[in-house]
Design a protein around this ligand. Structure first.
Ligand SMILES: [Fe+2]
Length: 150
């Protein structure tokens, strides 16, 4: 099945929406934790592990459906691809490090790292939506976005 750029945008934006809803849930748990809610700690680990799993699936999905069309949309395609590849390598590495971090033995570091990751992931999705997923970039009428075209 060949997806149109607008369909790819819709799919990726829906996934971002799901990730943002989960980020909001994690932030609520972080708040609970800072108020001393001990149940929030266990829930945070579960919610964060689920988020990481969804996020890793999401970036693999971006590589499968978004990456191939980025190459052809305009002259910035190769740069967008290079940035995406580099970012995904770093993000996979970071998720692996977070998964290895113990919420029990070092709760302070764990909470700090989760908070940082939440902030960075949201900024990353915002940036991606500006740079790679805007309707100006992902258009179905590809003939009109050739910078050297008429
Ligand atoms: Fe994304």
């Amino acid at each position: 099945m060949v997806l149109k750029p607008s369909e790819i945008r819709t799919i990726i934006l829906e996934e971002h929406g799901e990730l943002r809803r989960r980020l909001a849930g994690i932030e609520a748990l972080l708040e609970g934790l800072s108020r001393g809610d001990s149940a929030a700690r266990r829930e945070l680990r579960t919610s964060f592990d689920t988020l990481c799993h969804l996020f890793i699936t999401h970036i693999a999905h971006e590589e499968a459906i978004l990456r191939p069309i980025l190459a052809d949309i305009d002259n910035w395609g190769p740069i967008r691809i290079e940035l995406m590849d580099r970012e995904h390598v770093e993000q996979r590495q970071r998720v692996a490090e977070l998964a290895a971090l113990s919420a029990e033995t070092n709760p302070g570091a764990y909470v700090r790292s989760v908070r940082e990751f939440v902030t960075d992931l949201r900024a990353d999705m915002d940036g991606e939506e500006r740079e790679c997923l805007s309707p100006d970039v992902l258009r179905d009428d590809t003939t009109s976005i050739d910078a050297f075209g008429g």
